[in-house]
Each structure stands twice: as C-alpha cells, then as structure tokens.
Design a protein around this ligand. Structure first.
Ligand code: BF8
Ligand code: SF4
Length: 630
C-alpha cells in the first residue's frame, strides 16, 4: 500500500495560525490583518473605471457620470488601465531578462559567472544565425549577450524568438499587427497609447496588450530563461523538499527571495563553501541551510535542488519562524512588510538591487562584477547573526513534502521518451507525449501558473484544481507560486501518481515522473510556450487545436496579466480565477473573453468559482479532443 499523504490546506493554515501567535507576541503586523483593513476594496478600482492619467481627474464612471472630463467612456478607461497593467508586467519580466543578458556579458573563464551549458548557447547562436565555428565560448557568450540586448531596442524587425513559433501562429500575429517589435518599444508604445488623449478604442488597446505581452513572453522572458540556462545550467530532474519545514532550527537559515538567479546562485555557492560552513560552526550553528521563497526559489530548486520554504503569501512566515538569520531579496513580489517585520525578530532583511529598495532593510548592492564578494558578505552577515536569535521565539512548523523538480522542455522530452512502445527513434521530439494524448492515456495538459492572492483562500485553488485535473488524466505543468503550492501539498512527489486517473498514473510510472511537473519560475512560462510550439509542429496541428489550456487561479501581479496576454496570443485558452479589473466595461470583457479569438485563436475565461473553473477547463479540453476526433 502506498504511504502517500498530501499536506492539506488546513494543515498549512494551522501552521500559519501558530506562527501568527508568535507574531502577535512581538507586535508584528501581517497580511492577514492588513487585508481586513483594506476590505471592502474600492468598487471603482475593482471594475477598472477610475482614471487618473491626467490632472483634470481623477474621473470615476457612474450611471450619472458616464464619461470623464475629456469625454472618455468606461470602455476606454478600462482598456487603458488594462494596457498599463500589461505594460508594467512586460517591463518587469523583460528587465529581468535584460539583467540576465548583462550577466551573460560578464561571463569569463575565471570570473564570477561562467557558461555552464555551452551546447545550449551554441544551439541558440545557430538559431540566430550567429557563426559559432572555431569561436571561443566566452567570445560567443558576449556576442550573444549583445545581440540579446539589441532585441530590447532594435529599430526594425520583430522578436527573433518568434521563429520558434509554428508558422501558422506567427502568420496570424503578423497579419493582425500583433508580432512584437523591440521589447522596449512595445512597452513605450503601450504607455504612449494609454496617455491622455491617445487611444480609447478597446480593440486597439487589447491588441497592443497582446503585442506587449508577446514582447515579454517571446522576448524578454524567453531570453531570461534561455540565457539563465546557459549561465547556470539547463534544469534536469532533481529531488528537493518544500514547505516551511525545510528550514533547520540547528542551522543558520538564509532565505533567498525574488526572481533573478544571478544573486541566489552566488549565495548558494558561498553557503556551500567549507570555509563558510566552518565559520557557521564556530558561531554555534551546525551548518547553513539555504531555502527559497517565490521565483528565486524556483530557479535554485530547479538547478540545485535547494528546498522551497514557500510561495508568495508565505514570505512573512519564514521570518515568523524566528529562525531566519537573513532574508535576502533581489527583485519583484517582495513585501515591503518584510522591513518592519524583520525588526520584530533578529532577522536581517537584505535588499540587493537598485530596482527594489525598501525601508528598514540593509542594502548591499549586488552587481555581476562584484557578485562573489557581495554574496560572501551576505552569507557572513547571516552567520554572525545566528547568535542573536531569541530561542523562545523559534518555531519551525513540521511540514514538508518531497518533490522532484527540474522539468525544462529538454528534460520533459527526454523523460517521456521512455513512455511509448514505439519502435521508431523519437529521441528529441514531443511525439511520445503526443502519442499519450492521442491514444487517450492522458486527456490533455494544463499549464498552471501564477501567484497567491488573499481574494482566494491561499493555495486552495491551485491544489484543488490540480487534484481534480490529475484524477481526470490531465497532466499538469506548473511554474511560479502555483508550482510551489503543488510541491508543498506533495503533488510533485512521484508517489502522487496514486491519486491520478489510471492513464496518467501509468505514464507517471513508465516515465518515473510526478503528475505535476515543475517547469520553473514565471519567466519560465516561456518554456511552456516552446513546449506547446513543439507539440504543434510535431503533430501538424495548430496550437489552439491541442487539448492544452493555461490557468492562473490565484494570480495577483501585473506580470501575470502580461503572461495571460502572451499565452492567449500564442493560441492557448487561459482560465483566470481573479478578474483583471475589466468588469466595468462590457466591451473590454467581450474582447478578452471572445474577441481575441479571431486574431490569435484563443481567449480568456474568467470564473471566480473554483469548482466551476476546473469543470470549464476539463470541458474545453474535451471539446478540443472531440474536434480532433480523438
Ligand atoms: O513571478 S507567481 S507571486 S513570485 S508574480 Fe510573484 Fe506571482 Fe509568485 Fe514569481 Ni510570478
Ligand atoms: Fe479624466 Fe480623461 Fe483625465 Fe482620465 S484622461 S483623468 S478620464 S479627464
């Protein structure tokens, strides 16, 4: 009999409640309390019908006041807000990608950063038509980094990686003026369009949202992912653990949080250094444990097996354990609350990026050139802080699950080769996966992505949806905080095959995989786009014919909206559990849930009832199967 037991949301909530008791003792604030202060939310904001883009406003749309002072109606206001939301998300992901290009530019044989996957670099160089023959790998890295950086500002042409898209989808984008040009141009044009007195036509605003999102997914994010693989290695299946129980009361605990792996990779490197471990012992600890929160955690889990302490809404919990010597952050999704919270404990809150500077933090500016010394200084600071722990405040919840992570497209193609009995040599294609789908062994796939959001009981939607999908023989690929929710619950343990339908269970056994595959951080949703493109090319089907959908049930960030735009623009129907502030415009809602279909072949479905959301996804997958006659 299997010993597999999931961790329930109730167990996670009980652990949080216990930590909040510690918080109460030391007078700490918490998001659970702040949510109460912010409820109910502003109705105008919720519906997207508040405009403050010029100083004649702010204007709010009501039945009595159907237009702003300039005459803009609700559709224009909602549309502009939606476009600005998207542009901010695309800028954020893409700037992360730009940093990675710069890091690639700093690589050297004897430097802080090296090329760990030269084959991948050469593969991408060939794709981009760059001569590789006889070239030193570091010369090639620098050349590729520069070309990558040019993708941000080149005056002509569209994103290079669009050539990876199936021809038919790419053509749809070009024909509809959706193919993304330079990344920075799409972000700037979006802000230009949303300026006072520019676009207020919903159709134009939605189209630019799609194009700007595509500049992220097929530009900035894709370069972020691909060049991170070149720098730090392309993920392969690796075992790790997830949830707060990965922190170790006997050790110096360093928690890395944010998104850019350049910093966290270095911290992990130094935390493993025998000299540092010896120093930790000298300071009274037994060793050093690095764990992670949010996407930085996903990055180092995928490549190094570094355990995942938690996802977005658990970031305060790591400090509340009283056992966190340092929480070291780079960029994005970092609560400013960590500053005052860390002051209630001995925890050092270390900010490292000029992009994310916060009150009550210690700022140690991190740069690719000085990465080694920066990381060493941070690890040392954490070690020296161990003695300041207050033992009476230490409580680490005894919750953790095993997880196998590291499913890059390369890894998925490789492991699924073992599944089919075909005699044909299919190494290097997605054909075995397609065969599983067409034979009905698995019904389809769902890409589960995105954040936590207090509007949804944290992790509940992720976990419940995934449980039902895998029970229905639908394989789940996950990234971001959705992936961490799965890992915390145990759904990335190979033993979770026992709660799958018979078909998926068999695939998991044959391929030796868990039913929910961790594909990385949020920039790594670009991996999912590549996988869908490969499936389309290998099957001869359009992307939107594949029984594959995307889902972000608990999303909250601007980045998530940018992602949603490029996923539907890639031809994949996407299901959201939170409304993107568009309910105030029937025209915007209609465009996003149906209108985009005529340009890209896919659209959004917004459903805040989680039970209905999962049924709608299964229905859509079955519709696509039926249309294909499988
Ligand atoms: O980029 S899933 S809360 S951590 S935004 Fe943030 Fe959302 Fe988490 Fe990663 Ni993505
Ligand atoms: Fe009001 Fe128009 Fe100015 Fe917006 S742009 S604040 S709707 S006057």
């Amino acid at each position: 009999m299997s010993e597999f037991k999931m961790t329930t949301v109730e167990e996670m909530e009980a652990a949080t409640a216990r930590l909040l008791e510690t918080g109460a003792k030391v007078g700490a604030d918490a998001w659970q309390l702040r949510v109460k202060n912010q409820t109910p939310h502003c109705k105008f904001g919720e519906q997207g019908i508040c405009c403050r883009i010029c100083a004649m406003g702010p204007c709010r749309i009501t039945p009595k006041a159907p237009r702003g002072i300039c005459g803009c109606d609700a559709h224009g206001i909602v549309g502009r807000n939606y476009l600005k939301f998207t542009a901010a998300g695309a800028a954020t992901h893409s700037d992360h990608g730009r940093e990675i290009c710069h890091t690639l530019y700093c690589t050297a044989e004897d430097g802080n950063y090296k090329v760990k996957d030269p084959d991948k670099l050469i593969r991408i160089a060939k794709e981009w038509g760059v001569e590789t023959e006889g070239k030193d790998i570091y010369d090639l890295a620098h050349e590729m980094a520069e070309i990558g950086l040019m993708e941000y500002g080149k005056p002509f042409g569209i994103q290079r990686f669009l050539d990876r898209m199936p021809e038919s989808q790419k053509k749809k984008l070009i024909d509809n003026e959706l193919a993304p040009r330079a990344i920075d141009r799409e972000v700037s044009s979006s802000l230009h369009m949303a300026h006072m007195g520019c676009s207020s036509l919903p159709e134009a605003l939605v189209k630019q949202s799609l194009r700007c999102g595509l500049a992220d997914g097929w530009g900035g994010s894709m370069m972020g992912t691909e060049f991170s693989d070149v720098l730090f290695g392309t993920p392969k299946p690796i075992n790790t653990e997830a949830n707060l129980g990965v922190m170790n009361a006997d050790n110096v605990n360093i928690v890395v949080h944010g998104h850019d792996p350049s910093l966290s990779e270095m911290i992990c490197e130094y935390a493993d250094d025998p000299e540092m471990i010896a120093y930790a012992k000298e300071m009274g600890a037994k060793g050093i444990t690095v764990s992670g929160v949010c996407c930085t955690s996903n990055e180092v889990a995928m490549r190094r097996g570094v355990p995942m302490a938690g996802n977005f809404l658990q970031q305060e919990n790591v400090v509340l354990t009283g056992a966190c010597e340092a929480i070291v952050v780079d960029v994005q999704c970092i609560f400013p609350a960590l500053g005052p919270l860390s002051k209630c404990f001995h925890t050092k809150f270390v900010t490292t990026s000029p992009i994310a500077q916060m009150p009550d933090s210690e700022f140690i500016r991190f740069s690719a050139e000085t990465a080694g010394e920066n990381a060493k200084a941070i690890v040392k600071m954490a070690i020296e802080n161990f003695k300041n722990r207050k033992p009476e405040l230490v409580h680490i919840p005894d919750l953790k699950q095993k997880a196998t992570v590291g499913y890059s497209v390369e890894a998925i193609v490789k492991v699924l080769d073992g599944v089919t009995n075909t005699q044909v040599d299919v190494t290097g294609t997605t054909k075995p996966l397609l065969e599983c789908v067409t034979s009905g062994v698995i019904r389809g796939a769902v890409a589960m992505v995105g954040c936590n959001n207090p509007k949804i009981r944290p992790d509940y939607a992720h976990i419940e949806l995934m449980k039902k999908l895998i029970a229905n023989d639908i394989i789940v690929i996950a990234s971001g905080c959705a992936a961490q929710a799965a890992a915390k619950a145990g759904l990335m343990d190979k033993a979770a095959k026992d709660i799958c339908g018979a078909g998926l269970k068999r695939v998991c056994e044959l391929a030796d995989i868990p039913p929910v595959l961790h594909m990385g951080s949020c920039v790594d949703i670009s991996r999912m786009m590549i996988l869908a493109s490969e499936l389309s090319k290998d099957s001869g089907l359009e992307i939107n014919q594949l029984p594959v959908v995307g889902c972000a049930p608990e999303w909250m960030s601007e980045k998530a909206v940018s992602i949603g735009n490029y996923v539907i623009a890639t031809g994949i129907d996407t299901f959201l559990g939170v409304d993107p502030y568009v309910s105030g415009s029937s025209e915007m809602a209609a465009l996003l849930t149906e209108g985009t279909r005529k340009w890209t072949g896919a659209a959004f479905t917004v459903e805040t009832d989680i039970e209905k959301l999962v049924d709608l996804m299964i229905e859509r997958i079955e519709e696509k199967r039926a249309a294909l006659g499988i």
